[in-house]
Design a protein around this ligand. Structure first.
Ligand code: B12
Ligand code: SF4
Length: 506
């Protein structure tokens, strides 16, 4: 006797930020739903990140897929409470980074610890036919299905299967179910041309873990071409590549530029593009760097996210970025020459930051003109599980907390108490202005009017200057007097915040 039809629900958890991002993870994974078992009559989606209505009756579904996000754990817990007798498969960043901890708490949930393409289809087939979660776990073990973690009742321990990546070259073009809605709401339309990173060695980076130490891989050019075509046909005026490094190498970026040019001509439409890359990748273009940058600008690539991280050589060494501050500087000037809009990743504070490094960073930010950009510089290093820094900080007894499962970081000690205090004040300042900054950043990246963007740019530059001024004044005071007291730091902090309040009233 065949089982009664099973109802499938996919819940995409929400972000806490004001930015509307196209949820391409859902599009990518929906390709792997077995069509004979799941169709529009028994398959349902809830986008908690973009839908207003969050209410849903979970009782009516049999199989629940959940894609977790940073900051979604509180809501996730409430949902999991309602799913007690269902087959639940949880993927996304919380499962990738904290499956061991989660499997201990949620003993009836199956966790996907990497790319869902590897196992979703087989998991759904099994989920459709098994009588219980116990049976599902047994089959996963027998068949050694990769990228899975769960609580093993027999062993009384968390069980892990091996981690694997999928073959991107054979992937098809995802549907982009929500693209029209995202465009209507001035949100960010997104797609992938590659995954992973050619370097893959930064001490703080989770990518080596997510992608099992496999470096940069690209999708096929036919998938990339079909997807850009689909998005432009759907009305996208701007497309963000979510790759870790959409440039990758000379052949990739030049082919990508030709594809963009061909499709833009077809639709007689100038569309703008942006994405992340690294200084190392740009340096790797060698003598072709200028040609590539000019070509990128020519076809409409205007926005680059770039993980500079520091302007101090000793700090760059700790981060294992593989580049010097001089090389960082050279690339920034190159990008400025071609008038790219650049958004820079910067980590001002790690456990070993010194006052000298702080000064080197501020000098770098000023010298390169980055001070006028919209990027947030005074960031603190996030210590994430499964990274080289996590191992090192643990060995040095610097970690002072359990993993924060919601935010995916560990709290750690600084070696210099003065840096600790300054970093705490920066965090305090951030908590006052961060929400507004995210909103302004979103306006700048989105397709809002030029006037709205100019206003946002002005306000954001001002907010950024608050933390810069605070740090610069602390450093100047320290250099002059060879010391700085906590009382003086507090006075400087209050003065900086007062100025911020005054600007708001203006
Ligand atoms: C785009 C993006 C964002 C967008 C989100 C867009 C969106 N709606 O998804 C925005 C800008 C909002 C964002 C914000 C942040 N992000 Co972010 N983000 C990314 C990025 C670059 C790409 C994610 C993506 O879309 N990938 C493509 C899709 C197809 O892959 P995916 O979502 O991972 O899904 C795959 C698997 O996870 C799995 N999967 C996912 N769901 C499910 C569900 C099931 C059932 C199954 C079986 C499998 C499965 O299969 C999918 C296909 O392979 C990643 C880097 C990365 N490569 O993961 C960082 C990343 C996830 N972000 C990160 C961080 C730190 C943040 C912020 C904290 C940054 C900050 N300081 O503000 C914030 C947090 C936001 C918040 N608190 O609300 C870190 C997390 C690291 C960590 N462990 O702490 C990452 C890994 C970047 C990095 N290299 O450090 N981010
Ligand atoms: S360059 Fe970026 S993606 Fe590559 S290892 Fe470093 S932080 Fe990770």
């Amino acid at each position: 006797m065949s089982k009664v039809e099973q109802k499938l629900l996919f819940i995409n958890m929400e972000y806490s930020q004001a930015e509307i991002n196209e949820p391409i993870n859902v599009d990518v994974l929906a390709q792997y739903f077995p069509k004979k078992l799941f169709n529009k009559n028994n398959t349902f989606f809830i986008y908690r990140d973009i839908d207003d209505k969050n209410y849903f009756e979970i009782e009516q579904y049999d199989i629940i897929l959940i894609s977790s996000k940073i900051s979604s754990f509180n809501e996730l817990q409430k949902i999991l409470e309602l799913c007690k007798n269902k087959i639940v498969i949880l993927g996304g960043i919380l499962a990738i980074c904290a499956a061991d901890k989660l499997a201990y708490i949620y003993r009836n949930v199956i966790f996907n610890t990497g790319e869902g393409e590897i196992n979703l289809e087989i998991l759904l087939r099994l989920a459709y036919s098994v009588e219980s979660i116990k049976e599902l776990k047994k089959i996963i073990k027998q068949q050694e299905i990769p990228n899975i973690t769960f609580w093993d009742e027999n062993e009384k321990a968390v069980y892990f299967t091996r981690k694997e990546v999928c073959d991107l070259k054979t992937q098809g073009c995802p549907r982009h179910y929500k693209v029209s809605e995202i465009i209507k709401q001035n949100g960010l339309v997104r797609m992938e041309t590659s995954r992973g990173c050619p370097w893959n060695k930064c001490s703080f980076c989770i990518m080596p873990w997510k992608y099992c130490n496999v470096k940069w891989r690209m999708f096929s050019y036919s998938k990339i071409e079909e997807e850009i075509d689909l998005l432009i046909k759907s009305g996208a005026k701007q497309i963000i590549f979510t790759d870790e490094d959409f440039i990758g190498n000379y052949d990739h970026i030049i082919t990508l530029c030709s594809i963009i040019e061909k499709i833009s001509r077809k639709y007689k439409n100038k569309v703008f593009f942006g994405g992340s890359t690294s200084v190392l990748t740009l340096l790797g273009l060698g003598e072709d760097l200028d040609f590539c940058l000019a070509r990128m600008k020519e076809v409409g690539i205007f926005l680059l996210f770039i993980g500079i991280e520091s302007g101090s050589d000793s700090q760059l060494l700790r981060f294992n970025k593989g580049v010097s501050s001089k090389e960082n500087e050279k690339i920034i000037y190159e990008l400025q020459k071609y008038r790219f809009q650049i958004d820079v990743g910067f980590i001002m504070f790690d456990a070993d930051t010194t006052m000298k490094e702080l000064e080197e960073n501020l000098d770098f930010i000023e010298r390169t003109g980055l001070i006028n950009s919209i990027s947030r510089f005074a960031k603190k290093l996030r210590i994430t599980p499964h990274t080289r820094f996590f191992q090192e900080y643990k060995r040095r007894n610097l970690i002072t907390s359990d993993l924060d499962i919601d935010e995916l970081f560990y709290v750690y000690k600084f070696t210099d108490p003065l840096i600790n205090l300054i970093s705490d004040y920066i965090e305090k300042m951030d908590s006052e202005i961060l929400k507004e900054s995210y909103h302004l950043q979103y306006i700048l990246r989105s397709t809002n009017t030029l006037e709205q963007k100019e206003m946002a740019q002005k306000r954001l530059a001002f907010l950024r200057s608050c933390s810069y001024n605070f740090l610069r004044t602390c450093i100047n005071e320290y250099k002059e007097k060879k010391k700085i007291s906590p009382e003086t730091i507090l006075t400087i902090y209050n003065e900086c915040l007062e100025r911020e309040g005054q600007y708001e009233c203006d």
